[in-house]
Every structure is written in C-alpha cells, then in structure tokens.
Design a protein around this ligand. Structure first.
Ligand code: G4P
Length: 537
C-alpha cells in the first residue's frame, strides 16, 4: 500500500485500518432501565474508569461528574451528551452518551446521527416502554442497527419469549437472540450462548463484591448442574431455531433484525457478551454520504460534523464545546480545518475528549471518534468541517416540536443580550426558535419536544446572559411543514398560525390538535402539510 494517498499526516491505509477498529454506539432506553449502570459496567469492564459512579449516576452518585450544570443537579437528570472512549480486545469503543429524560429526545436523536449502532436496553419486568418505542422508530428511520440487551434479569420479570414477541409485534424488528437466560427472571444462573452451545454461568463472588464471576460450562455439565432450567432454555432455543430466529449479519446491519442478549448490568452479568457482540458484529464506521449523496471515502482527508454543542460547560471559562463526529481521515490536534458553512478556517488547538467532568486532550482521532472542540462559538449543530477537498454533510433533521411558548425579556433594555442568548440556544439546539409575523421580533417563539427544554432555556438566559424572561404558553401541540403558497390560507384558518423556523427557514404551520388539522385539511386538500420527523400523529 506504499502508493496510498496521504492525508494531512496519516497514510490512507492507516486511516482505513484505524476506522476498521472503531465501534461507535449509543445506549438508548427508557429512564430507569439501567443506562447509567450499563455505561459504568461497560467502561469498568474495559477499565476506562476506576470507580462506579464516575460516569454519572443518580442520587448520591449524581453530580460526581456532571456537576457543572446546576439544572442537571436540581432536576436529577442528565442533559448533556458526550463520549466515552475505551479499548476492548484491541478495538476502540466510542460510547456516546444520551440524555436520560424523554424531554430531551431531540438531543438523543442528534446523537443517533453520529453513531454506527445502538444498544437498546429494556427492563426485563417492563418490556417496551414509551420512550424505547420512540427511539426505536428513530433508529429504524435512520437504519441504525440495534443490539437489544434485556436488563435486570436478576429480578422477577416477563417471560423471555414474551419479550421477544412484544418487540416483534410492536416494532416489527425480528429478534435473533445470541444468548438465552438459564433460570427465570429473578433466578438467573447464567446464559446459554447460542454461538458456542455452552453455558456461561454467573456466580456471585464471595466477600460481597457486586460483580459476578463467569464460568464456561459445556452443555452436559450445565445440564447436570442446572437440570430443568437448562433443559427449558434449550427447549426454548430449539423453538427459536425452528422459526429461523438466527443471527444474520447482513439483516442486522440492514436494521431489520436485532441480536438479543440477556443480563443484569448491576452485577456485570452479560456485559462481557455485549462488548463481544459490539466488537464482533457491530459495523465499523462507513463512508458517510454528503448532501449530494456521494460518500466521502474513509481515507479521504479529515472531515466531520457537529452533532452537539454545549456552552459554558465550565462556568469559570465560559467556553463552548462543539462535539464533532469524525467521518473521514485523521484528525490531528492543531490542524486548521475549514468550516463548510462559511468557508472560514477553524483552528483546532483545543481538542478534547469530554465525558461528564473528565476532559482529556485529544491529539489525534479517526473515523468514528468524537472530538470536543473548545472555543467553538462559530460552530453550530450540523455544521461540517473538513481538510482537503470540500464536503458538506446533510443537515441534522429536527424533531417535531409539541410544545410552544412565546418568550420575551422582562427588561426591555436587555433586548440585545436576549437576542444573542436566543441565537445561542438555537445554535446549540437547546430549543427550536420560530418567528411569527403576528408577534414581531421582540417575541420569538420557542418550540420544544419536551417542556423541560424551556426550563433549560430560561434558566440559561438568566444565568448566562443575565436576562430574566417571561413565557406565555401557546395553545399548539402539532406542527406541519408547509410552503409560502399555503401560508396565507393557513393563517386565515381559525386557531392556526404559520411561523418560520429560524434555523433552516422552514415554514411550520401550528395546530392546537389533530382534529383542527384534519378539519383544515379536509376543507382544502391542496394545502401543503407534511409531517415532521418522529411525528406520531
Ligand atoms: P437509567 O440511567 O436508565 O435511568 O438507569 P440507572 O442506571 O440509573 O438504573 C436505574 C435503577 O435500576 C438503579 O437503581 C439501578 O441500580 C437499577 N439497575 C440497573 N441495572 C440493574 C440490574 O441489572 N438489576 C437490578 N436489580 N437493578 C438494576 P436505583 O435504586 O434507582 O439507584 P441505585 O441507588 O441502586 O443506584
């Protein structure tokens, strides 16, 4: 490969090899299914962090790391997303954090644009929960391959076949279990590994350690030790095999089937198997298509896009970090890249890996990695960066907002700061900002997927920009994309208002409910009214 073209520093073959050893994924789940616990368990397993709770937990644990945002602590939620990197079996694993609360699902959505795979975590006793369903939809829409981990098997829960049935019926994703529990939920002895035909027995360690010890048992020994529980697991597996529920790598990568694993994150049970599946089966980074649909080769010079920005992570510095997913080439700290939106150069002297409170300087990164660029006030969500030939990646689509408020500065002398603050929050994607001709510039409208986003916005306007604000809730719950030709007729319809989304100039028609929408649509079927992404109605 000596003739391989070179990027700014690494050879193309280096980049291809480094990309092939990357796995970039996020854990998605309904709150309380165990996302923080499994994140810690994964990281601990790979020895990325040394004590439980260093990621971000709840209660006493919470605040250990992400204590920089008072809001998070007050509400006991985690709003920010960042990435944890660790090496496992010589593979570099990038685990992108997602907010735990449903109100911030737009953030989660953006994280899902930056991953190559998702781990869906279900609570064995609860099965599919509302947020899991919504996130599954997003994965399907983006064709993100999903590995399902059924957690909390150490507690009483549903039947495993029942859980699979629920996933297949409600999501239409074919389940292809790789491990199967031995012992009903609550009496968890271990898992039968379908790939080896052996049992992995989990036993508690003496001396009170919470992590289980694994023991590989050949089938006959498992049968001897676990009798009816083993027989039952084997019978259920035979049933699955008879229906063809076997792992098919191509179908998994195409996001039509999901490998399923069982475990208990709190005791580490099943966590190693999950890491192995990530390494063996999750897809490595692939060439990402640009706005015109042509893929940017992995070994082309550096390119990436911003999937998250966060201002004032460190109140002492009032900085802004832009999290960039590397799509091609080798990133080297200090390189000067081009900001696709403005064509301006952007210096990358301060490049960091940020997870919770921990920040480490990053010197180099490859496709699949996440780089936190500090002092990145010029960078907004969805912006592309590149070295060498220009590339622009598609903008990140916005979620359908369901909550709307008109916001104004209560002290009119602070309008300039207010406007700057609103622009900042829009650029970061904290809320979507809309303008309505009816309301004027002094009163923009904030649109959100969950109302807690407004709390974050008003809190930050007050704390970071010194602007107290007042909000009026607007009676809309539904937005549809429309065009200039339909706007006048829609604005004339009672209870309907058309606004412009500042970020992308889209015209959105807002409705109080789906009945009003259908009345308006029935009256004039030619009106342009298109659903937005992740719109349930
Ligand atoms: P989240 O980030 O998805 O919201 O969930 P988190 O990890 O915080 O877990 C929610 C609760 O579920 C925690 O209990 C956690 O200990 C528990 N949990 C997670 N995985 C397992 C598991 O495999 N088995 C069992 N039995 N419990 C599990 P908590 O009481 O809310 O908090 P804590 O005081 O135990 O930390």
């Amino acid at each position: 490969m000596s003739a391989a073209p070179t990027t700014s520093t690494g050879t193309a073959s280096d980049v291809t090899a480094q990309a092939a050893r990357r796995r970039t994924f996020a854990v998605i789940s309904h709150p309380d299914a165990g996302k923080s616990t499994i994140t810690e368990a994964l990281a601990l397993h790979a020895r990325a962090i040394t004590s439980a709770g260093a990621v971000h937990g709840k209660g006493d644990r919470r605040g250990v790391v992400s204590d920089w945002m008072a809001m998070e602590q007050q509400r006991g939620i985690s709003i920010t997303s960042a990435a944890l990197q660790f090496t496992y079996r010589d593979v570099v694993v990038n685990l992108l954090d997602t907010p735990g609360h449903a109100d911030f699902s737009e953030d989660t959505y953006r994280v899902l644009t930056a991953v190559d795979c998702a781990v869906m975590l279900l609570d064995a006793a609860k099965g599919l929960e509302p947020q899991t369903l919504k996130l599954f939809e997003v994965c399907r829409h983006r064709r993100v391959p999903v590995i399902t981990f059924i957690n909390k098997w150490d507690r009483p829960g549903l039947e495993p076949l029942e859980l699979l049935d629920e996933i297949e019926q409600r999501i239409g994703l074919r389940c292809t279990p790789l491990t199967w529990p031995v012992g009903v939920a609550g009496q968890f002895h271990g898992v039968a590994d379908r790939r080896t035909g052996q049992m992995v027995a989990f036993t508690r360690t003496p001396g009170g350690a919470t992590a289980v010890v694994e023991e590989q048992l050949p089938a006959d020994e498992a049968a001897q030790r676990y009798g009816a529980d083993w027989t039952r697991a084997i019978e259920e597996l035979d049933l699955l095999a008879a229906t063809g529920a076997d792992h098919d790598q191509a179908a998994f990568v195409a996001a039509t089937t999901t490998p399923v694993l069982f475990g208990a994150a709190v005791t580490n049970a099943g966590v190693r198997q999950l890491l192995d599946v990530l390494v063996d089966n999750a897809p490595p980074p692939a060439a990402r298509p640009d706005t015109g649909g042509s893929p940017r080769a992995l070994d082309a010079p550096f390119s990436g896009f911003v999937f998250k920005t966060q201002a004032n992570m460190n109140p002492a510095h009032r900085d802004q970090v832009a999290f960039v997913r590397v799509c091609s080439g080798r990133f080297e700290r200090g390189m000067v890249v081009t900001h696709a939106g403005t064509g301006r150069p952007f210096a990358t002297k301060y490049a960091q890996q940020v997870f919770g409170r921990d920040r480490d300087t990053i010197d180099e990164a490859y496709p699949g990695d996440v780089v936190g660029l500090v002092n990145a006030t010029a960078l907004g969500i969805g912006d592309s960066l590149y070295a060498g030939p220009a590339v622009t990646f598609p903008p990140l689509p916005s979620f359908a907002p369901e909550h709307f408020v008109a916001i104004r500065a209560t002290d009119s002398s602070k309008f300039k700061r207010f406007r700057r603050g609103i622009e900042q929050l829009d650029g970061e994607g904290v809320v979507q900002v809309l303008r309505s001709d009816r309301r004027g510039e002094q009163t923009p409208v904030l649109a959100a997927v969950g109302p807690m986003q407004f709390e974050v916005a008003t809190h930050r306007l007050a704390a970071e920009f010194g602007v107290p604000t007042a909000v009026d809730h607007l009676p809309y719950t539904l937005a549809r994309r429309t065009d200039a030709g339909s706007a006048a007729a829609l604005n004339a319809a009672p209870g309907v208002e058309v606004m412009t989304r500042v970020r992308d100039g889209e015209l959105l028609a807002l409705f109080p409910d789906k009945w009003r929408l259908s009345t308006v649509r029935n009256r004039d079927p030619d009106l342009v009214l298109e659903p937005l992404l992740a719109d349930a109605q």
